[in-house]
Ligand binder design. Structure first.
Ligand SMILES: *Cc1c(COP(=O)(O)O)cnc(C)c1O
Length: 393
């Protein structure tokens, strides 16, 4: 017991009490609602990859501490994937690090690369762990707001340039972007790269949705742009690409010095994780192109199904160019407060969604937006769409 008036949760983390996902998922269970809040698939990934994990476990591969940087088979599979997809060449021994999901990669990168007081620029709305990890590292987050336009949420490059100060150390980029579904264009990425080079900034880029870009042109890794390979920490994850979010296998690819820095922090967070799953993910990364295109096609059909249903229910829909999330504007429904709307939605329609305001520092800028996940079975999405029609009255 403590009798002191001092709060138990420290000041750095005080604003991050519990995530909205916990609240909304509990609400979904309590009300028997369809949970389109949290972004995890409701079916597992490929059976053969699941079996590969079982085999590794049975054969005693990965049941004891795997090597700190990750098993060699997985590091080689990651570098082969980066080369085959993007023409990016990394040394599997010195330029790859396997992590406990992208979440640990983000944490370790920020803990390793920031000094207290360093400024980090991130696009708002941002994935919720960014703010917490910047805070844990003692950094200062500087949000640059993605603004809603007819076709979606876009970056204002002038605002980005203006946000850079002498204290800026790092740009924290996310493309395809959760929660807006924005995919940065070649022009935007070129401008970001030029800015990073000109101001000598490090870049951490979260590309966990690299295989969910719906445009045929596909994903453009920031590390492929001029001057970026040597200053960019690229983050990937098996969770989203192979629909095994519980396995927590992620990775970092970067130049040797950056990987060494990130590894220094990572070794004292988990040291290692997910031993047998690392063997399975090594096999998953080597799946033929047909797996990746079928995965994308399936999600594209689901996007279109949910987007049509949300439009019919009266939302303004920002059709995502990537990820498995749709951000909507609730104002056409006569609503303006996403929090209140999401708390009432289970009773009104039996569906759970997430208020985008939680992903903003400028909460008012995110107030009318609400996010729905479509990584769910078609029948579940059809039922959700049927229920949401209740809103149209
Ligand atoms: C899901 C997600 C992560 C976390 O990935 P894990 O591999 O499950 O840790 C990181 N960034 C974004 C943008 C995500 O949506």
């Amino acid at each position: 017991m403590t009798s002191s008036a001092r709060p138990l949760l420290n000041r750095r983390l005080a604003e991050f009490g519990t995530t909205i996902f916990a609240e909304m998922s509990a609400l979904a269970v309590r009300t028997g609602s369809i949970n389109l809040g949290q972004g995890f698939p409701d079916t597992d990934g490929p059976e053969e990859i699941r079996e590969a994990a079982v085999r590794a476990l049975r054969e005693g591969r990965g049941n004891q501490y795997p090597p700190g940087p990750g098993i060699p088979e997985l590091r080689t599979a990651i570098t082969a994937h980066q080369l085959r997809r993007y023409g990016l060449s990394y040394d599997p021994d010195t330029e790859v690090l396997v992590t406990a999901g992208a979440t640990e990669a983000i944490a370790a990168a920020l803990l390793a690369l920031l000094e207290p007081g360093d400024e980090v620029i991130a696009f708002e709305p941002y994935y919720d762990s960014y703010a917490a990890c910047i805070a844990m590292a003692g950094g200062t987050r500087v949000p640059v707001t993605l603004r809603a336009h007819e076709g979606g949420f876009r970056l204002d490059l002038d605002e980005l340039r203006d946000a850079v100060t002498d204290r800026t150390r790092l740009l924290l980029i996310n493309t395809p972007h959760n929660p807006t579904g924005t995919v940065l264009t070649r022009e935007e990425l070129t401008a970001i790269a030029e800015l990073a080079v000109e101001r000598d900034l490090l870049v951490v880029t979260d590309e966990v949705y690299e295989h969910l870009v719906f445009d045929e042109a596909g994903h453009l890794p920031l590390a492929t742009f001029p001057g970026m390979r040597e200053r960019t920490v690229s983050i990937g994850s098996a969770g989203k690409t192979f629909s095994f979010t519980g396995w927590k296998v992620g990775w970092v690819t970067a130049a040797e010095g950056l990987v060494a820095a990130v590894r220094s922090a990572k070794q004292f967070l988990t040291y290692v994780a997910s031993g047998p799953f690392q063997y399975a993910v090594a096999e998953a990364l080597a799946l033929p192109d047909s797996y990746f295109s079928a995965f994308r096609e399936d999600m594209l059909a689901k996007r279109d199904l949910l987007a049509a249903g949300l439009t019919e229910a009266g939302f303004q829909v920002f059709r995502p160019a990537g990820t498995y999330f749709i951000t909507t504007d609730i104002r056409p429904l006569g609503e303006s407060d996403g929090f209140a709307f999401c708390r009432a939605l289970p009773d009104r329609a039996g569906v759970v969604a997430i208020p985008n305001a939680v992903f903003y520092d400028h909460r008012e800028a995110g107030a009318p937006y609400v996010r729905f996940a479509f990584c769910k079975q078609t029948a579940v999405l059809e039922e959700a769409v049927r229920r949401l029609k209740a809103l149209a009255g």
